[in-house]
Design a protein around this ligand. Structure first.
Ligand SMILES: Cc1cc2nc3c(=O)[nH]c(=O)nc-3n(C[C@H](O)[C@H](O)[C@H](O)COP(=O)(O)OP(=O)(O)OC[C@H]3O[C@@H](n4cnc5c(N)ncnc54)[C@H](O)[C@@H]3O)c2cc1C
Length: 538
């Protein structure tokens, strides 16, 4: 492992999903951009999004209705100004994607009121989900990657992992106000650590589903942005609100494959293995109830029956309809021996989306100068205590524009700032190659199992206290090990997971009520008097 050269850009964007790539393309009209991603540029959470993007397109729909649905899902904690801003910026951001070449599924016939097919998902009172068959994220990600690669002002640093942000509070404490200067970045292929300096730094690092044993998220979702921002001195909030997707394919061959909500939108029903349509006794909206209600009902059905899964059945629909609308789900299920046109799909809930993250204002500012955060890593106030389906791609797209507008308005000031010449390089010291990587995988397993068992869909004070004690111990072990070993992606990620796990437990222990997707057996009621507010950690 070597120390590499210092690299310098106008902007450092960390993360190449919908939020980071969209922003990088906009910033490239102002100056030079480094776009960093842990894996190949297109291998992001965004790539796996299936259902689509929520926005208002029909005459009998309205911004008011989309706002109302979002506020209802958010259970009293959405920031209404943010919701309105995002919802009304939605159609333009989707038109921009169409301009970038994303092929959304067209309407089936000219009688349909809009040129593209719009589907409906749980919690939405109108058809407003624009999609590209059942692989919307892949279509969006591919178009963005193509545009990024064609942009001469963007330097792509793939297979590079940011270790930590460089901020003046740590690098040069004589600065009056904490300011971001860039990040320490490890290049996996060259085995070098670079200081990447920039006039503006942007965290778009996605979520942290990997904190849990079962998750729909890909391997890169380890909460690095939240952990790095926290260590740099930013505030984080609402981490107790982890959304569990109710329906993940239960199969030893394909543990993390998500079965989109759109299946239920098109009439799929949930059954226990004995054939009971159990949602009928849970909520009048049955399968179209919001995710938290469906996930808890499945969790309780699994616990009640002792069966490892429940069934999701769409086989009553015509086979052609299923194959045309859900080609990706149909093919993946078929590859593990399930023909969804003829039989039900075994499903379980899995950690899916983090509503909490780094606290930002409506422009994506974090409180640390020259550091913005957007996408799933941020807590902007849009989702409150529960995300409305398909609002997250929308958030990434619209906040890319809000952040860009903010940077453009500051550009005259920002462009004269010289990232400091004498930023200390990363200190390798006496650190050496770890002799046993099994230490890291053991810690990783323990964190994910602890979070799943004690900080999962249903929580209690006792479970949270147990998780707290265990995570503290694990964090200590990691910190002791961390500084003796040369940094590697695995070590960086496990450290970040432990930090985000601790912060999640802290948030969950502070919320002594049940609200949105945080459910406590000890406090099953919502308590507006004391807890109708964000859980902010400083
Ligand atoms: C299976 C699935 C289905 C979904 N379906 C939908 C849907 O239908 N509609 C919807 O709105 N949302 C959906 N979501 C949620 C949505 O996909 C995500 O919230 C969204 O894509 C997040 O985008 P992002 O740009 O914030 O982050 P991501 O797309 O996750 O990108 C994160 C980027 O950060 C990089 N990164 C992370 N840490 C580091 C580091 N330390 N150093 C360098 N780079 C780093 C990663 O490599 C990656 O490039 C779905 C999610 C999943 C998993």
């Amino acid at each position: 492992m070597d120390i590499g050269d210092d690299l310098q850009f106008d902007f450092l964007v960390i993360g190449s999903g919908v939020a980071g790539s969209t922003l990088a393309l906009k910033l490239a009209t102002l100056g030079t951009v480094a776009l960093v991603s842990k894996e190949a540029l297109g291998e992001t959470n965004t790539r796996y999004a299936q259902g689509g993007i929520a926005s208002v397109f029909l005459e009998d729909d309205s911004y008011e209705a989309h706002t109302r649905d979002t506020l209802i899902a958010g259970a009293g904690l959405c920031h209404e100004d943010v919701v309105r801003k995002v919802v009304s910026a939605g159609p333009a951001s989707i038109r921009a994607l169409i301009g970038q070449g994303v092929e959304f599924t067209p309407r089936a016939s000219p009688e349909e009121p809009f040129e593209y097919h719009l589907t409906r998902e749980g919690g939405h009172t109108a058809r407003r989900i624009i999609h590209s068959k059942d692989a919307t994220g892949a279509a969006v990600q591919e178009a963005l990657v193509e545009a990024v690669l064609a942009d001469k002002n963007i330097t792509v640093l793939e297979h590079h992992t940011c270790i930590d942000l460089i901020v003046t509070d740590k690098a040069c404490p004589d600065f009056s106000r904490n300011r971001a200067l860039g990040a320490y970045v490890i290049s996996e292929k060259e085995s070098r650590i670079h200081s990447v300096l920039a006039r503006g730094t942007f965290l778009a690092t996605g979520g942290h589903g990997k904190l849990y044993l079962y998750t729909t998220n890909p391997d890169s979702s380890t909460g690095d942005g939240v952990a790095m921002a926290w260590r740099a001195g930013a505030r984080v909030a609402n981490l107790e609100f982890m959304q569990f997707h109710p329906t993940c394919l239960y199969s030893p061959q394909a543990k993390t494959f998500l079965i989109s909500e759109a299946l239920r939108g098109e009439g799929a029903i949930l059954l226990s293995r004995s054939g009971d349509r159990f949602m009928e006794n849970v909520d009048p909206r049955r399968e179209l109830a919001p995710r938290d209600i469906v996930a808890r009902a499945i969790d309780s059905e699994i616990k009640r029956t002792g069966e490892p899964f429940v069934l999701l059945d769409i086989s009553h629909k015509p086979a052609d309809f299923i194959r045309t609308h859900f080609p990706n789900i149909h093919a993946t299920c078929l590859s593990v021996g399930i023909d969804i046109t003829r039989e039900p799909i075994p499903v379980v809930p899995a950690a899916h989306y983090s509503c909490g993250g780094v606290v930002t204002d409506t422009r994506g500012r974090t409180g640390i100068k020259a550091l913005w955060c957007l996408g799933e890593a941020a807590c902007t106030g849009l989702h409150g205590a529960n995300r409305l389906a398909s609002n997250s791609l929308l958030e990434g797209l619209t906040f890319a524009e809000f952040v860009f507008q903010d940077v453009a308005s500051l550009w005259n000031d920002l462009r004269t700032f010289e990232p400091i010449g004498n930023v200390p390089q990363w200190q390798i010291g006496k650190a050496c190659e770890p002799d046993e990587m099994v230490v890291v995988s053991q810690l990783w397993d323990e964190i994910r199992r602890t979070m799943w068992n004690y900080v999962g869909i249903v929580r209690s004070e006792k479970r949270l206290a147990r998780a707290d004690a265990r995570l503290r111990q694990i964090l200590d072990e990691i910190e002791n090990y961390y500084w003796d070993a040369l940094p590697s992606r695995a070590l960086i990620e496990v450290r970040n997971l432990a930090v985000v796990g601790m912060l999640t437990i802290k948030c969950a222990r502070l919320r002594k009520e049940s609200r949105g997707i945080h459910f406590s057996l000890d406090y099953p009621e919502t308590d507006d008097e004391h807890f109708k507010k964000d859980t902010v950690l400083t």
